[in-house]
Ligand binder design. Structure first.
Ligand code: FES
Length: 542
């Protein structure tokens, strides 16, 4: 701030009591700038034609010394490391994404004085929300990390920031809910496990959630507002019909009615039904409903709208795989399900079963769902462990043969979520298990059972999970989609294994998880995309 010369008599007594001597004007005049270490702070004191300025010496970007920066005649200080610019007069950051603390200066009897008192924690915390919003909008991961740290240090609960970020973002997801939501529920579970420790990793889940939200919003780059219309009362049937007709406004008006009339439980049940009504959106629907339930349970019913409205939007945009030839048998098997079949197949029976055969096997075991569940777990785990990894690298093939690890990981996460939802509404069990058959049937084409997978065996499951989460926390992946799936899958495996530690499928599932986390994944298909695009355009013409 500009030089402020006052006689002692003019100074507010309260301010006077807080002032600390920084240095003398004579000392500053000799050098033009000084670095002073006072009360744990490293301060930069600058002599300019406009007066004396005092600011933090560490650049708010990456902490390099501003004393090595460049000051122009307009009192703009440039950090020469990455060219951030600060107006010392106003304290404004002109270029850059964080603010520099500039201290008002008082000159008394040839001495430079400043009030170095930190703002009260409430003010520091409220400032974090301003910075957080900017960091989210700019998808600035480092600043997100700094703001989360500031909030924590000033006594705030970092979960406040997550709640804020989802509220800020909920109308910025063009097609509704994303993996940012699904992964958030699992990141929060990891966060719970680290709480109470002094482990610096504690803040990773929070920053990853915020970073994923920012990434997805930046990708969608817009604002898609939900209608404010609200029905007078909630009707589950009307909600289901609105979603079936892809009528987002009508569906949202139902959601708002459920919230307004306190019928959140009915709303949750209806959403679970919608999510399993069809084999849709590559099985994401029940996973998203399950994770949204977890998020609402954690953040409270006052946050229902920020999670459920994007969920409903994603349903309205959902893909109906049960309408395409490959999965058409799903609807037929669902319609003829009688719940009486008692022939429980061996897991190996699924090895070469396409979708119709897999669905038939499941229907034949319809009266033995507990036993069938173990068989499906074994079949899912086996297919994933023996996935023919070469096929993810193939380039000269039709789009319908594109396959990667996530086709296999979703088989488990889908079954887990669908099973949970069907526990509450048992008439959804046929949907849950038949959809599992859709995964198994399609994936059977991409498995090579003639591989030696001994190297992926896990001897100590708890040690494996410790190491797995340690690695996931510092995943190093530039795209959020992969760590989100590593996390979701590993959390699901851990829950399943802890629930049934002696089940026959446990060793296979652990080995599959081990392979998934440690075998290279092809993250971008450059040549395949070009070849498939060329084949399409050449066949299609103009
Ligand atoms: S450290 Fe100052 S701009 Fe990067």
């Amino acid at each position: 701030m500009a030089m402020n010369i006052e006689s002692p008599g003019n100074i507010d007594p309260e301010l006077l009591s807080k002032l600390q001597r920084i240095t003398s004007l004579a000392a500053l005049n000799k050098k033009g700038k000084l670095i002073c270490k006072i009360a744990g702070k490293q301060l930069l004191v600058l002599q300019t034609a406009s007066g004396v300025y005092v600011c933090n010496n560490r650049c708010p970007h990456e902490g390099f010394p501003l004393s090595e920066g460049t000051l122009n005649e307009g009192c703009v200080l440039t950090c020469n490391w990455h060219n951030w610019k600060f107006d010392l007069e106003t304290g404004e950051t002109l270029i850059g994404g964080d603010s520099l603390r500039v201290y008002p200066v008082t000159l008394r009897n040839g001495e430079i004085w400043c009030d170095l008192t930190d703002p009260p924690p409430e003010r520091a915390r409220s400032r974090v929300f301003l910075g957080l919003e900017q960091a989210l909008a700019e998808n600035d991961y480092e600043r997100l990390a700094r703001e989360v740290t500031r909030y924590r240090i000033s006594g705030g609960d970092p979960l406040d920031l997550i709640r804020f970020a989802f509220g800020w973002a909920h109308e910025k997801f063009q097609y509704g809910i994303t993996h940012a939501h699904a992964a958030a529920a699992d990141w929060l579970m990891v966060y719970d496990g680290l709480l109470g420790t002094d482990d610096p990793d504690t803040l990773i889940p929070v920053v990853e959630i915020l970073g994923h939200i920012a990434w997805d919003c930046k990708r969608d780059a817009g604002q898609w507002e939900f209608t404010q219309n609200c029905e007078t009362d909630f009707s589950a049937i009307a909600l289901e019909n609105a979603i079936e007709e892809e009528d987002e406004n009508a569906a949202v008006a139902q959601v708002r009615a459920a919230i307004k009339t306190g019928k959140e439980t009915d709303l949750q049940l209806a959403l679970a039904r919608v999510s399993l009504r069809h084999y849709q959106s590559f099985g994401h629907s029940p996973i998203y409903v399950d994770k949204v339930h977890e998020l609402v349970a954690r953040f409270g019913s006052c946050a229902t709208d920020i999670f459920v409205l994007p969920l409903v939007r994603s349903f309205c945009f959902g893909r109906r795989e049960d309408l395409i030839p490959e999965f058409r048998a799903y609807g037929v098997r669902l319609a003829t399900w009688n719940g009486r079949g008692s022939v429980v197949p061996a897991a190996e029976t699924f090895r070469h079963a396409g979708v119709p055969r897999a669905l038939a096997l499941i229907s034949d075991a319809a009266g033995e769902l507990d036993a069938l569940d173990d068989v499906l777990m074994e079949a899912i785990a086996g297919a994933m462990l023996y996935f023919d990894g070469n096929l993810q690298n193939a380039v000269d093939q039709p789009v319908s043969n594109n396959v990667d690890w996530l086709d296999f990981s979703h088989a488990l996460t889908h079954l887990q979520s669908a099973r949970k939802l069907a526990e509450v509404q048992p008439d959804l069990k046929p949907n849950a298990y038949l959809q599992c058959g859709c995964f198994l049937g399609r994936n059977s084409r991409f498995v090579n059972w003639n591989q030696n997978m001994d190297r992926w065996k896990v001897s100590d499951s708890e040690e494996f999970f410790r190491n797995a989460f340690y690695k996931i926390l510092d995943h190093g992946e530039p795209f959020y989609i992969y760590p989100a799936h590593y996390l979701k899958f590993t959390c699901a495996v851990q829950q399943e294994v802890r629930l049934k530690p002696t089940a026959s499928w446990v060793p296979t599932l652990l080995a599959a998880c081990n392979r998934f986390l440690n075998e290279p994944i092809k993250r971008k298909h450059v040549r395949r995309t070009i070849m498939q695009s060329r084949a399409f355009v050449e066949a299609q013409g103009f």
